[in-house]
Ligand binder design. Structure first.
Ligand code: NAI
Length: 334
């Protein structure tokens, strides 16, 4: 099938081209994001492959449909950047990669926790400058701490597996409790309880109407003073302005982010020679107890191989049968 790959980075070219040797699709790579300005670039492609910061709103989907696109293949798990209802109404099929090494994202969440709690980011810079003072680098052990996991699907469960090894107490909140997590020793509690007792809170739910700005001023007020907050899910699950206020007041002691609400204008590109216009993001960077990575939780060789394989398989299956088990349906919005 002729496939337009949008927002293509060098690793997309590498992993998709390699996996394609056993599929034989015609892959055409575009550096640009897909959005209202760029929608014409994919004219005539029956399949369009997109990533997290491509914008598939009703206007873009409408154009795609008119231009002859029948399949949108998301090379990610989340689909919050797609107007699913509009796509289905237009008869467009949406497929995604629901699972690809959840361990990659879970391990990255732990990397953020461990870097923050032992101030590794500060220590790295100090030692390079010949400063071997330990002043301000006092850490704490994960052992015995209570970790609150919000969202215990594939990634939340992989995190629980790791944290069990650290000797953490684990509580979780999820509208659909997971028996595997209960087996791992996770206790399901209300959100209020989770906020009140957790030393570390890690977010692993999808972005949807219920989770939008879930961690706002009200939630932060219920948290333990000095709490560590980790977000590797989607940026808008936290209200960034409220979190900045929480850091300034000392309520939030540590913040680890792999995602950011306005990341579409920033991440996955080299802006080191430009003046960043996002003042909220720049404010976050001024805090010593904030660590931000640019949406790299998924970025391991294992995960990228899995993503490439499933994406191309999804397209091949759709081409052959018009169906695919990884289709995004209205059911998934509930
Ligand atoms: P999943 O679908 O396996 O699990 C999500 C869980 O969240 C489900 O158990 C669901 O019941 C629960 N949930 C839904 N709404 C909730 C709410 N309001 N409060 C609490 N729990 C809620 O998804 P998976 O694979 O574990 O991924 C989770 C999220 O991680 C994705 O939606 C995506 O946004 C993000 N992600 C981030 C990556 C990165 O590179 N940083 C890579 C892959 C995913």
């Amino acid at each position: 099938m002729k496939v337009a790959i949008c927002s293509a980075q060098s690793h997309d070219r590498r992993f998709l081209s390699k996996a394609n040797s056993s599929f034989g699709h015609e892959l055409v790579f575009f550096d640009s994001h897909l959005n209202e300005e760029t929608r014409q670039m994919v004219a005539g492609f029956p399949a369009v492959c997109v990533f997290v910061n491509d914008t598939l709103n009703a206007a873009v989907l409408n154009t795609l449909s008119q231009q002859g696109t029948r399949l949108i293949a998301l090379r990610c798990a989340g689909f919050n950047n797609v107007d699913v209802k509009a796509a289905i109404k237009l008869g467009l099929h949406l497929v995604r990669v629901p699972a690809y090494s959840p361990h990659s994202v879970a391990e990255h969440s732990v990397a953020l926790m461990m870097t923050l709690n032992r101030h590794v980011h500060g220590a790295y810079n100090r030692v390079r400058n010949g400063n071997f003072s330990l002043e301000g680098l006092l850490g704490f052990e994960l052992r015995g701490k209570t970790c609150g996991i919000i969202g215990t699907g594939r990634i939340g469960t992989a995190l629980a597996e790791i944290l069990r090894g650290f000797g953490c107490k684990m509580v979780a909140h999820d509208p659909q409790p997971n028996p595997e997590c209960i087996r791992l020793g996770v206790e399901y509690v209300s959100l209020q309880q989770l906020y009140a007792i957790s030393d570390i809170i890690s977010l692993h739910c999808p972005l949807n109407q219920e989770s939008m700005h879930l961690v706002g001023a009200q939630a932060i007020a219920q948290m333990k003073p000095g709490v560590m907050l980790i977000n590797t899910s989607r940026g808008a699950v936290i209200d960034t302005a409220a979190v900045i206020a929480g850091i300034k007041s000392g309520k939030i002691g540590y913040l680890g982010l792999d995602v950011y609400e306005q990341e579409g204008d920033l991440f996955f590109q080299d802006l080191s020679n430009q003046v960043i216009q996002d003042d909220m993001f720049e404010r976050l960077l001024t805090f010593p107890n904030v660590l931000i990575t640019g949406h790299q939780g998924f970025f391991t060789a294992e995960a990228l191989s899995g993503i490439a394989q499933t994406t191309l398989e999804n397209i091949a299956l759709f081409e052959k049968t018009g169906r695919c088990q990884n289709e995004v349906t209205l059911e998934l919005l509930r």
